[in-house]
Design a protein around this ligand. Structure first.
Ligand code: CAA
Length: 259
């Protein structure tokens, strides 16, 4: 297992929890933080006991963006030599296990981008999302202009990226960015319950479901439907599929082998 300075990583049953832990800087995402998140995701992905990964921050901030103080003195060559992708900044997006972002407070810039790399965003009613990079004379740098546009459509993505304004949890849910809003004091309970539920499913089937949904962002409708059909058929090679349907017919809970 890796050791960490800026994040806290815990296994809670079958859920791996990554908590961003730079509270004085509203969890600003330095290159080192991105490297640690990438290492933690690698550890949890390799851990057979883990079926779902939950990423969170604290009440005030999920993360208020990339570390502006670290970036401020840098020039073009510096950013070519150490860019966010090279630092594992997009590692969450390539994780094969399901991922959930539990967001309270600010999820801005790189923080919004990190949340959007997760499969599901569960927001507290205090959450605020935005891509304010333009106010700093730059633009989103870890997928924000792409993932936000796919999530909420061009009009709202343009609005956020061009004005730098924040949207609250209600607007984020209306726009399709977050899957549910919960009271701030219930955020971790709700997010953990969702993560535990996912982790209780057949792992290969969860990976296939995730993969199928993700194809919708990468390919045409007809190709996506072909991929889905192949994955659907593949589940019939799994004993968890046989168990799942047998359990339904026999009116009992399934006992998945692969979890
Ligand atoms: N980077 C570095 N430090 C940050 C930070 C960031 N993104 N966000 C907040 N901080 C620091 C502040 O500088 C402050 O530090 P000091 O106490 O040493 O002054 C501390 O965290 C607390 O922040 P504030 O005093 O500003 O708190 P606030 O409640 O008054 O305001 C806020 C909160 C509106 C979120 C404000 O902190 C803010 O606007 N932060 C920057 C948001 C931003 O622009 N994010 C985009 C970054 S660029 C990016 O992410 C690029 C990319 O796509 C990869």
């Amino acid at each position: 297992m890796s050791t960490f300075e800026h994040i806290i990583v815990e296994s809670k049953g079958a859920v791996g929890v990554i908590r961003l832990n730079r509270p004085k800087m509203l969890n600003a995402l330095s290159f080192a933080v991105f490297r640690e998140i990438a290492a933690a995701v690698g550890d949890l992905e390799a851990d057979d006991g883990i079926g779902c990964i939950l990423i969170t921050g604290n009440e005030k901030a999920f993360a208020a963006g990339a570390d502006v103080k670290e970036m401020q003195p840098k020039g073009f060559i510096d950013m070519v030599n150490e860019d966010f992708k090279a630092s594992g900044g997009d590692r969450v997006a390539t994780c094969r296990k399901p991922t959930i972002a539990a967001v309270s407070g600010y999820a801005l810039g790189g923080g919004c981008e990190l949340a959007m790399m997760c499969d599901i965003i569960i927001a507290s009613d205090t959450a605020k999302f935005g891509q304010p990079e333009i106010t700093l004379g730059t633009i989103p740098g870890i997928g924000g202009s792409q993932r936000l546009t796919r999530a909420v459509g061009k009009a709202k993505a343009m609005d956020l990226c061009l004005t730098g304004r924040m949207m609250d949890a209600a607007e984020a849910e209306r726009s399709g960015l977050v899957s549910r809003i919960v009271p701030a004091d219930k955020l971790m309970d709700e997010a953990m319950a969702a993560a535990e539920k996912i982790a209780s499913m057949s792992r290969p089937v969860a990976a296939m479901a995730k993969s199928a949904v993700n194809r919708a962002f990468e390919t045409t409708l007809s190709e996506g439907i072909n991929v889905e059909r192949d994955l659907f058929r593949s589940t019939f090679a799994l004993d968890d599929r046989a168990e799942g349907m047998a359990a339904f017919v026999e009116k009992r809970k399934p006992n998945n082998k692969h979890r």
